[in-house]
Design a protein around this ligand. Structure first.
Ligand code: WT7
Length: 649
């Protein structure tokens, strides 16, 4: 039997105690399709509404009029749902376990404390002139204040826009400008793997860029006490302003469709786009999926290793778990520091029951051999989760056997920034697992496969993954550009949401995501547009033209392969390669570091001047025999040149 055919059946024992077993899944899934209004009206009751919704679903994927509303006459406050309503029953329970980069540093924040801190910051935000509808940019380390900041924004109806702490000053500037953000919350420095990252310096640099004048204030958490510049009148110490505030702050009554946050992500063209997520549907969906996909049981410690800068951190470190009254672990550091055993050691230290991580982290550990986990027992684990990219069956089996001691089901969760929450995933008590497959859709989700002409494919098939109808967690728009939202997601296939992913469905109806079919890369689970990297490169004086493709990478899943045509007067050299690498890192962030740069005197183009990426991808993957038809190229000889050069690169 090949790895791909292996099945891990649900254990009876697990199913007996799980929220959802096979029968329940079938019944609820069917109901969610037959009667979405009834199903979601019922599910929405898991939240505390100020005004309970009576209008449940009002959604259209028609490309002339994409309009997505859920629970539109309901009102609520997201922070009250994550905090206030738990105080009576679990005020002293730990809401957040914070584990520092340094293994000797950790702390517990109870629901009562988190509530008080959130109210204090909310009052501070008001003092800074922030109110309902204002956008606040967060550029923060993985510290409890990051969650506090998100919840404080939600409390007063401000919209947060979290920018991953690994992004560059330019990326921060772009997002501040794009969202008209009046305030940035940051820290002096973040700490990862024993190294300091100069967050405040980066914000200073960002705010010198033209257009960022909209940002009036910078609120700075003192994390390390490292040296920073200070701009009087603009910069405010977090502790100085927040500590003196009242720990009482009435939550703002928000409409279900009021924006909760913006989150930028990369697409195949243009600059990153800010997806707009709203309040009622998002929170219902994040909370429901968190409970059922991870089979979260009251009192358990749950750990998602993502950063709050990504949607995974939004939905499955902060909003889903806290809405459910869970104990959520937040880790400041990296899995390889101080040693590769760290992840297991954290599991033991805090009794983690559910561990949600990324294939790239698993593969990185796997490369060190089974002994890498010897410093921990991991007996507390009950459920494992994977997210961000396809997990290869070898990594799946290693995760199962070595990390999970062959006793924990793995939920391979497929979703996107745009989807707000998990769409295709096993429910651990309900699905037999096939390593490498995200298995079956969550309640209310209608995946389908289409060919390139948009024809629906039936049964076992391979094609483009689309979703036929809306679910409550779906992004409503692109901030400030609804037309682009429609163009990007609803115009490729009429009446359907196009995911950008390719996918196979097997004879059991299981979905196997095969990866992006557009010009989006997935490097270590981080999404990047080839166009973004290309436009960064051509801004360098030595670069006449650049083409970026992904190639298979053992640890990262995909690596970044760059073909560069130099401008007149520039000669290839190793120094120039280094300079271009630094250039891209500085421009976008270290996650965009090129893995390979190949000098390309010419690029394969059609006669109409379009770069044939298909050929560049093949050469990068070293599949030079199967290049296919090159006869439509303006100059076929450039291909031979590139192949020859590849070997000596
Ligand atoms: C893209 C979305 C969802 C949170 C993290 C990434 C890929 C994500 C899986 C999975 C195969 C996956 C897809 C998707 N992806 N999860 N379990 N199996 N591929 O969010 O940055 O918006 O990226 O990540 O290609 O389209 P994102």
């Amino acid at each position: 039997m090949t790895e791909q055919q292996k099945v891990h059946p649900v254990s009876d024992d697990f199913a007996a105690k799980a929220w959802i077993d096979k029968e329940k899944y079938q019944a609820l899934y069917q109901q969610s399709l037959d009667d979405p209004e009834g199903f979601w009206a019922e599910q929405a009751k898991r939240l505390d509404w100020i005004q309970a919704p009576t209008k449940i679903k009002h959604t259209s994927f028609d490309s002339h009029n994409v309009d997505i509303r859920w629970f539109e006459d309901g009102t609520l406050n997201a922070s009250a749902n994550c905090l206030d309503r738990h105080l009576a029953t679990r005020g002293d329970q730990t809401a957040i376990i914070w584990e520092g980069d340094d293994p000797n540093e950790s702390k517990h924040v109870s629901y009562r404390e988190l509530h008080a801190q959130t109210c204090q910051l909310a009052n501070a935000l008001k003092e800074l002139g922030i109110g309902k509808g204002d956008v606040v940019t967060l550029y923060m380390p993985m510290i409890p204040e990051a969650a506090v900041a998100m919840l404080a924004c939600a409390r007063i109806g401000a919209v947060h826009s979290v920018v991953f702490g690994g992004f560059s000053p330019d990326a921060v500037a772009q997002r501040v400008i794009g969202a008209d953000s009046k305030l940035v919350i940051t820290a002096d420095e973040s700490v990862r793997g024993g190294k300091q990252v100069p967050l405040k310096d980066n914000v200073d640099a960002a705010l010198t860029r033209p257009g960022t004048e909209v940002c009036e204030k910078v609120l700075v958490v003192k994390r390390t006490g490292g040296e920073i510049e200070w701009k009087d009148g603009r910069d405010v110490w977090y502790h100085e302003l927040v500590d003196k505030q009242s720990s009482d702050c009435q939550p703002e009554e928000m409409n279900a469709e009021d924006p909760l946050f913006i989150l930028y992500t990369s697409g195949s063209t243009g600059a990153p786009k800010g997806l707009k997520h709203t309040t009622g549907g998002y929170l219902t969906y994040a909370s429901l999926t968190h409970q059922y996909v991870f089979d979260y049981q009251d009192g358990e410690v749950y750990w998602c290793t993502a950063d709050v800068g990504w949607v995974t951190g939004h939905s499955y470190i902060v909003y889903g778990p806290l809405a459910n009254g869970a104990t959520t672990l937040m880790f400041e550091g990296v899995p390889s520091y101080p040693s590769h055993g760290r992840m297991g050691e954290i599991v033991d230290k805090h009794n983690v029951a559910i561990l949600y991580t990324a294939p790239t982290a698993i593969r990185a550990l796997m490369a060190h051999g089974d002994n890498v986990m010897d410093s921990s027992k991991r007996d507390s684990l009950r459920v494992l989760g994977s997210v961000g990219e396809p997990i290869n069956p070898e990594a799946w089996e290693w995760f199962y056997r070595v990390i999970g001691n062959s006793k924990c089901p793995i939920v391979d969760t497929w979703w996107q920034t745009e989807t707000g929450g998990i769409l295709i995933s096993p429910l651990p008590g309900a699905m037999d697992l096939k390593p490498g497959s995200a298995t079956l859709p969550f309640f209310g989700v209608m995946p389908a496969l289409v060919d390139n002409e948009g024809n629906l494919l039936e049964g076992a098939a391979e094609g483009n993954l689309v979703i036929l109808d809306s679910w409550p967690g779906q992004a409503r728009s692109i901030w400030g550009n609804h037309e682009r939202f429609i163009q990007t997601y609803f115009s490729t296939y009429q009446g359907m949401y196009f995911t950008g992913d390719g996918c196979r469905r097997d004879e059991d109806g299981y979905y196997w995501i095969t990866g992006r079919v557009d010009d989006v890369l997935n490097v270590s689970g981080h999404r990047m547009g080839t166009a973004e990297i290309e436009s960064s490169l051509v801004a360098h004086e030595s670069v006449a033209e650049a083409a970026v493709v992904g190639f298979p990478h053992d640890i990262k899943g995909q690596g970044i392969y760059i073909y560069v045509t130099l401008a007149d007067g520039y000669e290839p050299s190793d120094e120039l390669k280094k300079e271009l690498t630094q250039w891209v890192r500085k421009d976008i962030g270290p996650i965009a570091s090129p893995d390979v740069i190949q000098w390309a005197p010419g690029l394969p183009k059609t006669r109409s001047g379009k770069i044939m990426r298909r050929i560049l991808r093949k050469i990068a993957a070293n599949e030079c025999d199967g290049l296919g038809d090159t006869s439509t190229l303006a100059d076929p000889s450039v291909v031979d040149e590139l192949i020859e050069n590849r070997a000596s690169r």
